[in-house]
Design a protein around this ligand. Structure first.
Ligand code: ZN
Length: 116
């Protein structure tokens, strides 16, 4: 196990290995966001991931991911995922909506917006 702060999972440009677990679908406002938890196989951090896209809107696909605590991971529900992501000091975001495959968002940059 590697406890380095510089694990590849923190860098949007790098790939890491994940143990993925689906949390479910967030049907709030009919957005059908796919929520999952991914545990990094190297550093064991848990990431909360949210993906949504809107049929009929091209380039609407977007995803957000942020590190959450074990406790948050245990408690999160599809309906609370977007709020939890938005409460984090930073996150990684990407998708066709943003036109890139992943960047680090801090503060208002790439803020978590999951509605069309
Ligand atoms: Zn990692």
């Amino acid at each position: 196990m590697q406890s380095s702060e510089e694990c590849a999972c923190l860098d949007p440009e790098q790939r890491s290995e994940w143990e993925r677990r689906s949390v479910g679908v967030d049907e709030t406002k009919g957005r059908f966001g796919e929520v999952s938890l991914e545990r990094c196989a190297r550093c064991r951090r848990v990431w909360l991931c949210y993906f949504v896209e809107y049929e009929g809107f091209s380039r609407s696909g977007r995803w957000f991911r942020a590190v959450v605590s074990e406790e948050e991971a245990a408690r999160v529900r599809p309906e609370t995922a977007a709020e939890l992501l938005a409460s984090k000091p930073w996150h990684i975001y990407g998708g066709s909506y943003f036109g890139h495959a992943g960047k680090r968002g801090v503060g208002g940059e790439g803020s978590v917006r999951v509605d069309s």
